[in-house]
Ligand binder design. Structure first.
Ligand code: GTP
Ligand code: SPV
Ligand code: MN
Length: 599
């Protein structure tokens, strides 16, 4: 059975025919994005055992999926940028020459859909009517991918309508094969606007609109066309007077973007309200008003489940109350979901993420640390009403942050744009379960884009520096760290909703209405600038969270030098000069400790 193509777009039809001739599916099904289609495909997924319906009273419209245990995260070592030269991909990306990559993958895709269905998934990244939005087509043999793409993007007829008869759609091809890491590749062809992904069924590897198109391919297009594709959340801060300020923030994977984007201010901040525009990806270009304007290209949240609770993130809990797909969480006996860090008592018995019986007190985790929920953004009670605005929202502040036990203070503001780009380029973070590999090792993750930059990262730094010339009203740039620890390994800062206190200072700095203290490395809040009222923590801990230790900074800047060295001539000289200047500053200063309580 093959459904008729619901489009006359000749380039699209020819490409689908060509890919089908290679992969040889039994059936080709064009997805229209309708409610009827969702119901039919969901029933089919349940019948095939891909999805399990959850308790309709507790989780209406929700389903559960377990992945192959070898397929639970992004695989950076199997992710390639395929450009004609190695230099175009740069030293931080795996590289394969395009014809070699096509040949290698063609051999794997040959007949890969035999006995299976090829779904043609047209999708739109970005609001309908936005000049920034892009169309992609994903061909996949995974019904799980189709149902996730339906939540994460504007999928189906709408995308074909926006595309019309143009041929500049992203060409995405995905096949699960036997979900074997030996035959797993995520290949990007920026010059062809194409992505070939094989051998996985995990989110970031296979929901091609997300990391593959909206970051790797889009960052390449952004470089060429003068805009930015970033691993950033976007939120609006509304003051009690109704003043709106938009902020974009880049934190590495599993470092708090979803939580920050859905923040609920503490009691002290009565009348303040945070609105979510996006929780993972921002596309930004200079608007006619001379400001940097951001859209969220996505339509849903593919969020980290563990740690999500009514305590830490009530808006996320409300978002995932219905119409959500849960992957690799644990199951309760009454068919509800559970994970480490959820509110309430730990259930006595569960089925863990691999379907094995699990008892309270077991040393093993019941949910995989990278267990995820896929939920429509329309479920979010704090969804910004400008999320569909074709022009995007005007960004007043950009924040960079990482997961750092030492060195990086709670908050710091860059002296100027170049210094802010230096902050971004120097970002470091402990690795998390979002990518396969060792967890908890500090690595450089510039702009939180290390795994997602579709071209030479040295050139990417240069692109950020150049953007200054095109933004008459540029945002102010900040660095934050919610994850600094004391000697006992406890977080110094309470985080989550309390991050509002830091956000308020950032908004006030961006609006030029609050003071700051100059340190050798940036502006920090003065003693009374951070509103700590009603916060039940020892002021000494806040002091520690905000302190600057010259020895730690020296080590940081030296390790940054090693990272920079690999870029050779591609590293903008001004960044190396910044690094050297901060090192020189340390040399001219005594060993005194720089704290925020200076006044
Ligand atoms: P990706 O979807 O992988 O890009 O991740 P993300 O940046 O959206 O991360 P997310 O908000 O899902 O947070 C990941 C983990 O960090 C969760 O376990 C959170 O509970 C934890 N986390 C988030 N914000 C804070 C914070 O302010 N303080 C502390 N200590 N932990 C936090
Ligand atoms: C991340 O790892 O940064 C994610 C999840 O947002 S994934 O879509 O799998 O990349
Ligand atoms: Mn992410």
């Amino acid at each position: 059975m093959t459904t008729d193509p619901p489009t006359r777009n000749a380039a699209l039809r020819a490409w689908v025919t060509e890919m089908a001739a290679m992969t040889k599916p039994d059936r080709i099904v064009w997805c229209d994005g309708s409610e009827e289609e969702r119901r039919r495909l969901t029933e089919q997924a349940v019948a095939e055992g891909v999805l399990v319906p959850l308790n309709p009273e507790r989780r209406p419209g929700c389903y559960y999926a377990r992945s192959n245990p070898n397929d639970v995260a992004r695989v950076e070592h199997l992710t390639y940028i395929c450009t004609p030269t190695r230099d175009e991909a740069g030293p931080t990306n795996n590289w394969m020459e395009p014809s070699e990559a096509y040949a290698k993958l063609r051999a794997l895709f040959d007949g890969s859909m035999r006995g299976r269905t090829m779904y043609v998934v047209p999708y739109l990244m970005g609001p309908v009517g936005s000049p920034m939005s892009r169309v992609g087509i994903e061909l996949t043999d995974s019904i799980y991918v189709v149902l996730n793409m339906r939540i994460m993007t504007r999928m189906g007829r709408v995308a074909l309508e926006v595309l019309g008869d143009r041929s500049d759609f992203n060409r995405g091809l995905h096949s699960m094969l036997d979900v074997n890491p030996e035959r797993r590749y995520i290949c990007h062809f920026p010059q062809d606007n194409a992505i070939w992904s094989i051998g996985s069924n995990y989110g970031g590897n296979v929901l091609l609109g997300k990391k593959c198109l909206a970051l790797r391919i889009a960052s390449y297009l952004g470089r060429r066309e003068g805009w930015l594709a970033e691993h950033m959340l976007v939120l609006g801060v509304e003051s009690p007077e109704g003043e709106m300020t938009y902020v974009a923030a880049a934190f590495p994977s599993a470092c708090g973007k979803t939580n920050f984007a859905m923040l609920i201010p503490p009691k002290r901040f009565k009348g303040w309200k945070i609105w979510t525009v996006g929780d993972d990806i921002a596309w930004m270009r200079v608007g006619e008003d001379g400001r940097l304007r951001a859209i969220n290209p996505e339509n849903g949240y593919f969020g980290v489940a563990p740690g999500t609770s009514f305590q830490s993130n009530p808006n996320a809990m409300r978002t995932i109350a219905r119409d959500t797909i849960f992957t690799n969480v644990a199951l309760t006996p009454d068919m509800d979901v559970w994970w480490e860090g959820m509110d309430g008592e730990v259930p006595e018995e569960l089925l863990d993420w691999q379907g094995r019986p699990w008892r309270r007190g077991s040393p093993e985790k019941a949910a995989h640390p990278n267990a995820r929920f896929t939920a429509p953004m329309q479920n979010n009670p704090a969804l910004s009403k400008f999320v569909d605005d074709p022009e995007g929202v005007p960004i007043s502040a950009i924040i960079f942050g990482g997961r750092r036990a030492t060195t990086i203070p709670l908050v710091m503001q860059a002296f100027h744009w170049t210094h802010g780009v230096f902050f971004g380029s120097a970002l470091g973070s402990e690795t998390t379960a979002a990518a396969a590999g060792k967890v908890g090792v500090v690595r450089r993750d510039p702009f939180a884009m290390l795994p997602f930059c579709g071209y030479n990262m040295g050139e990417y730094f240069g692109h950020w520096l150049e953007m200054q010339a095109y933004i008459p009203n540029p945002p102010k740039i900040f660095l934050v760290n919610w994850f600094r620890k004391d000697g006992r390994g406890e977080y110094l800062w309470p985080g989550f909703g309390e991050n509002m206190r830091v956000l308020k200072w950032i908004v006030d700095r961006a609006r030029l209405r609050v003071g700051g203290q100059e340190t050798p490395f940036g502006w920090v809040p003065k003693a009374d600038d951070l509103d700590l009222s009603g916060l039940d923590i020892d002021p000494e801990r806040v002091d520690q969270a905000t302190s600057i230790d010259l020895d730690e900074w020296k080590a940081e800047l030296e390790s940054l030098g090693e990272f920079y060295a690999q870029f050779g001539h591609q590293l903008p000289r001004v960044l190396e000069l910044q690094r050297q200047m901060f090192l020189a500053r340390i040399e001219t200063l005594s060993k005194r400790r720089w704290g925020r309580r200076a006044s």
